[in-house]
Design a protein around this ligand. Structure first.
Ligand SMILES: [Zn+2]
Length: 411
């Protein structure tokens, strides 16, 4: 099942016989009359082509199908070319087709061959090609708008049909790292509002991978509670992570919990100096002969830990600015403290680092898109804010949407 027989071109003679009553000859009247005609024309066309190919099949000594009773694939007779109706979702609307039925002359079993000719699974009413188109439509805009767009151009498709297609296609999409692309990427989370769950009660987590030729692709996607496990983000990528020739370099805002699920399995390097800084500072403090865990050592390391802890997902600009001011002040105070005590290495290290320490935070403030994940989140949010969602429903629509924008999904 699934393959349409294609031995040679088959020409179907298709004569249109219809009558349509119009009151006027203006453009809109003609378009509207055509839209009324479309279902009839479409159904007839499908029917005629299927019968044509059915006749061709029946003329072959060996058929493309076999009897489900006895396995015979040569001896059949027509039962009917216009049997029980079955429905099919085309790109424009549902149509009802009269099924083609043949009978095995060995065992007498009757079977339909319509779906075999269509390249569809038994009882499959929505072809994958239709599903992908509707899913993409529903992922690019709200279901309401998607349905409206359809009716504008004569499609008889409702919101629920589009919603179902999004769910089906979204659920079938999986994201993972690609070992042929760069061993670098970014991960981040953003709050999303989902109906029935308090605003910002859930977090969308995204792992993106840099492509060799520039740009990014989505390599992981999950929705879960704040501070929740990031396991699902990595689950399909663990094997790929191990195959990269060098450790994967991950750029992130400083939320290290996203690496928890990789602990002991594979090494991933975090790029943001915020994470490394307090640890590297311990090394320069040692070079300055500051005794580990002494009062001075604890003061400096403790302050740096606080300064470098960036609370993710704060998106109020005034709050971010206040955080920045506070952190800068504390950093300067800490540098002054070290200078007073003659910690030369530590002072040099911190002065060198302070320039780009808060880059990510500043970008968030300025709404800049240097972080490519943040840009991706904007792509998500243009769609996510317009409708009601379940967690799974939201994840599926985001999957289709991002697959289209970043991973080459098309319909
Ligand atoms: Zn048979």
């Amino acid at each position: 099942m699934g393959e349409t027989p294609r031995a040679r071109d088959i020409t179907i003679d298709f004569e249109c016989q219809f009558s349509v009553t119009l009151q006027q000859s203006d453009f809109v009247s003609i378009m509207q009359a055509f839209l009324m005609l479309l279902p009839q024309l479409l159904t007839d066309f499908f029917q005629r082509v299927l019968v044509g190919f059915g006749e061709y099949e029946m003329s072959l000594p060996r058929k493309s199908f076999a009897c489900k009773g006895c396995g015979n694939d040569t001896a059949f007779v027509w039962k009917t070319r216009h049997g029980k109706a079955t429905t099919l979702l085309t790109w424009f609307r549902w149509i009802a087709l009269k099924q083609l039925q043949v009978q095995c002359t060995r065992c007498g079993r009757k079977q339909y061959i319509t779906r075999m000719l269509l390249g569809l699974e038994p009882r499959q009413r929505v072809p994958e090609a239709t599903r992908r188109k509707l899913a993409l439509l529903g992922a690019l805009t709200s279901y309401r708008v998607a349905a409206k767009l359809g009716t504008l151009f004569g499609w008889a498709l409702d919101k629920m049909t589009i919603w179902k297609a999004v769910q089906h296609v979204g659920a079938s999409l999986a994201f993972a790292l690609d070992e042929t692309e760069a061993p670098r990427g970014e991960a981040d989370g953003t709050g999303i509002g989902i109906t029935g769950i308090p605003k910002r009660g859930k977090e969308l987590k995204v792992l993106v991978q840099y492509k060799q030729g520039g740009g990014i692709r989505v390599a992981g996607l999950a929705i879960g509670p704040y501070n929740g496990s990031w396991d699902t983000l990595w689950e399909k990528s663990l094997a790929v992570l191990k195959r990269f020739p060098r450790p994967f370099l991950l750029v992130t805002d400083g939320d290290t919990s996203l690496l928890d699920s990789l602990k002991g399995k594979v090494t991933v390097l975090l790029q943001r100096c915020l994470w490394h800084l307090p640890y590297q500072a311990q090394y320069v403090l040692w070079k300055d002969a500051v005794k580990r865990k002494s009062q001075e050592w604890l003061r400096v390391v403790g302050e740096l830990m606080e300064i470098c802890a960036i609370r993710p997902l704060v998106d109020c600009p005034a709050t971010v600015q206040a955080m920045l001011d506070s952190k800068r002040l504390r950093l300067e105070t800490t540098i002054a403290y070290c200078r007073e005590r003659g910690y030369k290495h530590t002072v040099a290290y911190l002065e060198n680092a302070r320039g780009d320490l808060f880059t990510a935070l500043e970008h968030r403030l300025a709404g800049k898109t240097t972080s490519r994940v943040e840009r991706l989140f904007r792509t998500v949010n243009m769609r996510i804010n317009v409708s009601k969602w379940s967690t799974q429903g939201a994840l599926n629509v985001i999957k289709v949407r991002l697959a289209y924008y970043y991973n080459g999904f098309d319909a």
